[in-house]
Structure formats: C-alpha cells, structure tokens
Design a protein around this ligand. Structure first.
Ligand SMILES: [Zn+2]
Length: 263
C-alpha cells in the first residue's frame, strides 16, 4: 500500500516525465476511481493544458494544471504511475490515461481500484476539509511532542492516524518502531520525552532513507525489518522469530525480544 516514500517516488517520477507537455486527451478506463468529478469534466478541464508542477502531502499527490486547478491523485492500496510511449501496450490496470501531444502517456494504474482521481481548486482548503495532520516530513519536533502529549493509545495507532500526522502507513510505522526498539502496542503515556524525541528522529530517518531507495523493498538495508517481515521472518538484530499482531486495525510485525512494551 503506497505510503509517503512511495508517493514521493511517484511525485519525482511524474516531475521527471510528465511536466510541461500539452495534454491532448484523457481516457477514463474506469470511472470508479473518479471522485467528485465526471469523466467528461475531467477531460474538459485538462485537454489542451499542461501539468506545471506537483505537490505532495502525506499520501496525496496534487498536480497543478496551468490555470487554476489541481489534479488530485491518491494511490489507495495498489495505485502507481507509468509513463510510456503511445504505441506501446497500456498497463493492464490503467484506470486513467493522460495522453500527451508528444505521443507519450501517463497511466494511473490501480489493480484494486481503491485509488482516487479528482480535481481540487485549493489544495490547502482540501487538506483542511479532510482534517489531515502535517506531513510526516514537515512536522516539527514541537508539533510531534504535542501530538504525543495530547493523545492516548498504542504508539502505532498514533503514527497511523492521518489526522495527526499524514503519510505513515503500516509498513513504515513498523519500521520506525523497530528502529527505536519500541513495541507497536506500547501505550504512549509511558513514553518519556527522550523516547518521543528518538521516535521523531527515526521517523525522518526512515522516511528519507526509504525515499532515497525509491521506496523499493529490495533496496532497503538488510538491517531493516522490511526485508524480513512476514511469516517465518527473523529479527535482523537478534535472529529470533518475528511476531505479528493486530494493532490499530492493521497487522504489525515486530520483534518481541528487541522491542519494549514499556509496561
Ligand atoms: Zn530481535
């Protein structure tokens, strides 16, 4: 499921391939992913225009279309982007195709169709309406501290809550907690200030490293949890079997030996 590092990688890909090219058409292969916009309106608003720049917030990507509108992309469970030549076969799960006048296309692919494509007039207003928290890479230490002081519950549930901090999902929440050796179910009221500061630094570190690795699990350090998570996986620190549990509605992977519950 695409999280902040994946969406940042899509942003860089889009910036490198699809800006400043005239959009000659838009093919909506599945209107299911369109949110609050019809296929007709989408075509009408984009045709003849260019993508100018992009902006990411949490797991959302916004692409500025010359004029006064933004294309909004959310990648759901299986969304991604692919730029290809028009005479090549379109990706199998392409849901929306942006066709450029240079005979290339950008596909919004999404096998499971939980992704979203929409239009937004004002990005900041959209973020306010959705009540999304600050982006996980923009959040300051004092904001981070305040979030942890004001809330109660399992630390992982806080990291996953997009209304508190936007961008962290199941995989990277586990990775961050593995790095700081805190159990995902640890109650946040038991975290001292030192642990919160460590968590803050680890959040930045893990997300930035993952972006540098193009969010590709095969390029992640072997000392991380990610290459080992799953049935039969072993802790890269102590070699013991990794455990899983449902925490905050998602399956957490962790090492019961290395990660403290603080209780
Ligand atoms: Zn361990």
């Amino acid at each position: 499921m695409p999280e902040l590092p994946d969406v940042e990688t899509f942003k860089r890909y889009l910036d490198a391939t699809s800006l400043r090219q005239r959009i000659s058409g838009v093919d909506v292969e599945s209107a299911y992913v369109l949110k609050r916009v019809s296929a007709r309106e989408l075509v009408h608003r984009l045709k003849g225009r260019c993508f100018e720049s992009s902006r990411r917030h949490g797991k959302h990507l916004f692409v500025r279309v010359d004029g006064d509108i933004w294309l909004r992309l959310h990648f759901g469970m299986t969304g991604s982007l692919r730029y290809f030549q028009r005479n090549e076969q379109a990706p199998r799960h392409a849901r929306v195709l942006f066709i450029f006048s240079n005979a290339h296309c950008l596909a919004f692919e999404d096998q499971r169709k939980f992704g979203e494509v929409g239009l937004v007039k004002d990005v900041d207003e959209f973020l306010r309406k959705r009540a999304l928290g600050p982006d996980a890479l923009d959040v300051s230490l004092s904001q981070f501290r305040e979030i942890f002081e004001k809330h109660r519950g399992a630390v992982k549930a806080i990291l996953l809550n997009q209304k508190l901090i936007a961008g962290i999902g199941n995989i990277y929440a586990d990775e961050i907690l593995f790095r700081v050796r805190i159990h995902p179910a640890a109650e946040i009221s038991r975290l001292g200030d030192k642990a919160v500061r460590k968590l803050f630094r680890a959040t930045h570190y893990i997300l930035c490293k993952a972006i540098a690795a193009n969010a590709d699990a095969d390029q992640m350090p072997k000392s991380w949890l990610l290459p080992h998570r799953g049935k039969g996986g072993k802790c890269p620190r102590c070699g013991r079997k990794l455990r899983s549990a449902k925490i905050g509605g998602r399956t957490a992977w962790f090492c019961a030996h290395c990660q403290r519950k603080l209780s």
